[in-house]
Design a protein around this ligand. Sequence first.
Ligand SMILES: [Fe+2]
Length: 254
Amino acid sequence: MDPVIATEHVTDMIASSGPGGRVAKQKAGSLKHLLPPLPYEHAALEPHIDAHTMMLHHDKHHAAYVANLNTALEKFPELQERTAFWLLLNLSKVPQKIRTAIRNNAGGHVNHSLFWRAMSPAASGAPAGPLADAIKRDFGDFEQFKARFDDAGVKLFGSGWVWLARAQQDGGGLQVYTTSGHDNPLMQGHFPILVNDVWEHAYYLKHENRRGDYLKGWWPVVNWEEAARRFERSDRSAEREWEGEGGPVAAPTA
Ligand SMILES: [Fe+2]
């Protein structure tokens, strides 16, 4: 079944959306995916993440994924009304010729859109409520969870992402999860709650080759309110709303 986009919490990031991962056409012409604005200034996460890294990461790297996604779709108008998340979750319906480009660039777009919102300059420092209870249940305590997350991020070979995700099997427990490239846990049925980017472009200017330092230094900017919101919407009843969570951004061309 095609998922349906919910715009209730992401109206700032989605021009419009509808059933089947389709972005509603507002006027004639092809649709373009757009780079979502950062929800804070480049320097807002200093000193934990430096402004220059944030500028390059968002304005150059993420922007390139969006541009490459639009380029890949240029000759496939039937796919131009689909959201980035729909494309990522329906790669078998994407022509072989552009499948790798879509996987890399729709994934890069979706994951970075999640990543910006996973951080906040006004972070609380620790989870609360049902998410805090679930972390304690599944990892022992918050410190053990952070250690598991950091360890997974350090051990991930090459470029990828480390996640706190909720399994859709086995009672919906929380898991630390890693993906290579720009794959997303939903491609394997795991709903993403929290994410950190461990591509070198996320940390190399400040931490050089010390990925572990970057991971340890990231916790003060984690947006636990956003993680809690995602957790509370992550059960099966929310399945049809998942697609909009990645920040698929599209609008008609002029
Ligand atoms: Fe990145």
